[in-house]
Design a protein. Structure first.
Length: 197
């Protein structure tokens, strides 16, 4: 009787989570509830209702799991909307980025702070690269919007004041706002309006 219950429990433990995507989904929930500092293989396994070995079936190490979870969180926060109207208007794009930063801060309370400070210090495998890749993607999107925005004055940019430099400056201000948890884009929108339109 005891062996039958143990066998049933083991089978239940191994079927609760059956995919990498499900582990990532549960890991995002864990970060939302407990914070990213509590991310480790044992915590994820417990939260998923599986054995530690089951998690290792999908991820070779804590670093690999953490890297995949970080990427998954960034994608959840900054997934692009269906319409692409925001990618033709600089002010709309900036407002959207600020909205997503605020959304991410509420959904994953310590993610931005720990990710930007903790991973840079700890050099956790892949964490810094994933952050830089995500940030580069946002920076590239800003640059693309500046090139497509038909409302920008023709003489707004020149050889010394390029759209690339302006996008970099905008992005730096956004990162600073994110770390300060200041999600009001009004000052930046005013600056962009006065500078470009």
């Amino acid at each position: 009787m005891y062996n039958e219950h143990c066998s049933e429990w083991r089978n239940l433990m191994n079927t609760v989570v059956t995919s990498k995507e499900e582990i990532l989904k549960k890991s995002r929930e864990l970060i939302r509830e407990k914070g990213i500092r509590h991310m480790n293989i044992r915590a994820v396994a417990s939260f998923c209702g599986v054995s530690v070995g089951s998690v290792y079936n999908y991820f070779d190490s804590k670093a690999e799991l953490l890297g995949a979870v970080i990427k998954s969180v960034w994608q959840d926060i900054f997934h692009f909307p269906e319409g692409e109207d925001m990618f033709c208007d600089t002010l709309t794009c900036i407002s959207w980025i600020y909205e997503r930063m605020e959304y991410g801060s509420k959904l994953y309370p310590d993610f931005f702070t720990y990710h930007s400070v903790g991973f840079l210090q700890d050099e956790i495998a892949g964490g810094k690269k994933l952050m830089q890749k995500t940030w580069q993607h946002i920076l590239d999107s800003l640059q693309s919007v500046l090139c497509r925005d038909k409302k920008i004055r023709k003489d707004a940019f020149d050889e010394k004041f390029t759209s690339e430099k302006f996008a970099d400056m905008l992005f730096s201000l956004m990162i600073a706002a994110m770390t300060r948890r200041d999600y009001d884009p009004s000052p930046l929108l005013t600056m962009v309006t006065r500078s470009l339109y």
